[in-house]
Design a protein around this ligand. Structure first.
Ligand code: 5RP
Length: 234
């Protein structure tokens, strides 16, 4: 059983890597590239680093402190946040992807910077292993970034929208985002109206952003499979 589990984990890692490498093949000289956050994005950052070492000339913007550090370590030239511009291509992972290319993101807690980069990109490629494909969003708890001030009241408002919500914890303490905020993980169950929910969440004072990345934000979805194939579900 242990060997089987290890094998399936390995296949998942290979699937993420295959999707990441395919997305990186679309990067060309002169591009400003947005770098996502998470384990799948980390494969993309490393693959991009290899291409930079081989002579590719690009600049990049990172969606988190962790991705910035990995990019620097991988030799990718970074643009400082204050010189931020629209990216030619943004590559990032997702926690759930539905058939209309709507996403839940923020499992890694970087949803705010990710959404800013995704919004200000000429093209957004989502990379994932096949386990992220769903019929309806919502089995994965929706991450919502909220400011610490009044967070108990903000949480109450979130719950009034019909979810079970809790403040994300890490090492026995509230998880703090790169922006100094908290994450409320909201269990709505199946989300039937993502646009309506996005609007309702953003209308609550104290909510900074939520992890719904809705159509037409996403240009392409590249999925890696356990058998090594890479596909683009339509
Ligand atoms: C981070 C994210 C990630 O893209 C998402 O959680 C997927 O992560 P992974 O590639 O590790 O499965 O939204 O905020």
């Amino acid at each position: 059983v242990t060997l089987c589990l290890r094998g399936s984990k390995l296949q998942k890692v290979e699937a993420k890597k295959a999707a990441a490498e395919k997305a990186v093949s679309f990067v060309t000289d002169g591009m400003l590239v947005g770098l996502g956050t998470g384990s799948t994005s980390a494969f993309a950052i490393r693959a991009l680093g290899e291409r930079v070492k081989a002579g590719l000339r690009i600049r990049a913007l990172a969606s988190s402190v962790a991705s910035e550090a990995l990019a620097a370590e991988s030799g990718i030239p970074l643009v400082p946040a204050e010189k931020m511009d629209t990216t030619d291509l943004y590559i990032d992972g997702a926690d759930e992807i539905d058939r209309s290319r709507n996403l839940i993101k923020g499992g890694g807690g970087a949803l705010l910077r990710e959404k800013i980069l995704a919004f200000h990109s000429r093209s957004f490629i989502v990379i994932a292993d096949e386990s992220k494909l769903v019929d309806h969003l919502g089995a994965f708890p929706l991450p919502v970034e909220i400011v610490p001030f009044g967070s108990a009241l903000t949480l109450k408002e979130l719950i009034l929208l019909g979810c079970e919500a809790g403040i994300r914890q890490k090492d026995g303490k509230p998880f703090i985002t790169d922006n100094g905020n908290l994450i409320a993980d909201c269990r709505f169950g199946s989300i039937s109206d993502p646009e309506g929910l996005n609007r309702a969440l953003l209308s609550i004072p104290g909510v900074v952003e939520c992890g719904l990345f809705l159509h037409p934000m996403v240009g392409r979805v590249i999925v890696g499979h356990r058998d090594g194939r890479v596909t683009e579900p339509s």
